[in-house]
Write a protein of this length. Structure first.
Length: 266
C-alpha cells in the first residue's frame, strides 16, 4: 500500500479559478446534458454554438494556453480524422465533386463532415477542460458519498488508477533492464510482446497482493465505512451545473431557430 500512496497521476494542479472550487462529481456530470443534446442532432450550428460558449467560459477554467493545448491535443487530432471519414463515406447528396469506389465527396458528405468534426470538438473539449484538474481521490470520495456507489467498486477503481503511474515506471525499468542484457536491440514486435507478457504477470501478482492488503485492512467489509474527507455540494456546484443546463438550452434554441436542427433519431 505504500507504493499506492506514493504513486501520483499526472493531474494539472488546481488554481484559484472558480471551477476548481466545485466538487469533482459536479465537473463529471456537467458535460452530460450538452453531450446528450449534441448526440441527438447532427448539424454544424449546434456544435458551433457549444464551442462558442466554451470559448467564452474558458477564462474561468483556470488553465494556461499551454496546458489547454497540450491536454486537448488528442481531441484536435481525432476531430479532423472523424471528419475525413464522413467526408469520404458520408451520405451522398447534391453535387458530386469526386468519386472513387465507395468513397464519394458531395455536398451532403461535406456538410456531414463539418458537422461531425465540430460535434466531436464540442463534446470532448468541455469534458477534458472540466476533468483535467480532478484528483482521483476527490472523485472517489464524491462517487461514494454523493452518488452512493458501492465503496468496494469505488476504492478498487481508485487503487487501479493510482497504480497507472507505477505501471509506467515498471515498463520503463523493464525496458532498460532488457536493453542492459542486450535482448532489446532487435525485433520490436517480439520485444513488445515479451514485455507485455512480463507486465501482465507482474500486474496480476501486484493486483493480488494489493487486493489481499486491502481486504486485511477492512476495505471489503459489509459494514458502512467512514471517510477521512467529507465530500459535499455547494452553491458553486449549483451555479456550474446551471451554466451547463443553460448552454444546452442555448444550443437547442439556436439550432432550432436557424432551422438547422437535424434530429438523427427521427
Amino acid at each position: 500500500m505504500s507504493a499506492l500512496a506514493d504513486t501520483q497521476i499526472s493531474v494539472v494542479k488546481p488554481t484559484s479559478a472558480a471551477v476548481h472550487r466545485t466538487n469533482a462529481v459536479t465537473r463529471l456530470m456537467v458535460p452530460v446534458p450538452l453531450t446528450l443534446v449534441l448526440l441527438m442532432t447532427l448539424d454544424w450550428v449546434s456544435a458551433a454554438t457549444a464551442l462558442l460558449a466554451l470559448a467564452l467560459l474558458m477564462p474561468f477554467a483556470g488553465l494556461s494556453a499551454k496546458q489547454f493545448w497540450l491536454r486537448t491535443l488528442p481531441v484536435w487530432i481525432a476531430a479532423p480524422l472523424s471528419g475525413v471519414t464522413m467526408l469520404l463515406y458520408g451520405r451522398p447528396d447534391g453535387t458530386v465533386y469526386w468519386e472513387f469506389g465507395l468513397a464519394q465527396i458531395s455536398d451532403g458528405s461535406i456538410a456531414i463532415a463539418i458537422a461531425t468534426m465540430l460535434r466531436v470538438l464540442a463534446i470532448a473539449l468541455p469534458a477534458v477542460v472540466l476533468f483535467i484538474t480532478v484528483d482521483p481521490t476527490d472523485l472517489a470520495d464524491g462517487l461514494a458519498q454523493i452518488l452512493r456507489l458501492p465503496a468496494r467498486f469505488v476504492l478498487g477503481a481508485l487503487a487501479g488508477i493510482r497504480m497507472i503511474g507505477l505501471f509506467l515506471d515498471d515498463w520503463r525499468a523493464l525496458e532498460l533492464a532488457r536493453r542492459a542484457r542486450g535482448v532489446a536491440d532487435t525485433g520490436r514486435i517480439r520485444r513488445f510482446a515479451g514485455m507485455a507478457l512480463a507486465m501482465l504477470v507482474l500486474s496480476i501478482r501486484r493486483g493480488s497482493k494489493l487486493a489481499t492488503a486491502m481486504e486485511a485492512r477492512g476495505f471489503g467489509g459489509d459494514i458502512p465505512r467512514t471517510w477521512a474527507r467529507e465530500s459535499r455540494l455547494g452553491w458553486a456546484d449549483a451555479i456550474l451545473f446551471a451554466i451547463g443546463i443553460l448552454v444546452s438550452i442555448a444550443v437547442v434554441w439556436t439550432s432550432v431557430a436557424t432551422g438547422h436542427w437535424n434530429f438523427i433519431f427521427a
